[in-house]
Write a protein that binds this ligand. Sequence first.
Ligand code: ZN
Length: 191
Amino acid sequence: MPVISRLVELHPAITAWHRELHQHPELLFETHRTSAFMAEKLRAFGCDEIRTGLGRTGVVGVIHGRQRSSGRVIGLRADMDALPVVETTDLPYASQHEGLMHACGHDGHTAMLLGAAKYLAETRNFDGTVVVIFQPAEEGGGDGREMCEDGLTTHDRQRTIYRKSPRPKRRNRHGIARDLRRIQPVRAQAR
Ligand SMILES: [Zn+2]
């Protein structure tokens, strides 16, 4: 499968975001710095709508495609919170906060979703709307529940939300990990 060349170009930026996030892990709903980082990037990418403070520290970016006749809305979700773990790596970008570490890969999830958001916002080569969802408190804080209670799904009329699996099990015929997992579809409710 050919890799989209624009995404290859974005790779250094995505790597830099990952390292920045890795150095500043935050727990549960306390992802203030991380959330501000996401909102700032989404603004710079030119997302059509950005919402912050959903489910306390959740951040959402809305990106409309060039066409919207399909009426489709797809959510792509990444988790932002880290773990109460002491980092013992010698990485040059190791955690700067003693006792906290992105040991579960959420720094990778968020950096990758930022890369996707940047690509989608600059190309818009799709019919419908993509909602990128940066969610706090995956590690024991109810996961996305508070964001949903704050109206995430009803407001965005999302049909389907995907998340990236940290440990992809299946591979497609090209040997590439099929690691987007579908979250239980959320019925959109008309308001
Ligand atoms: Zn996790």
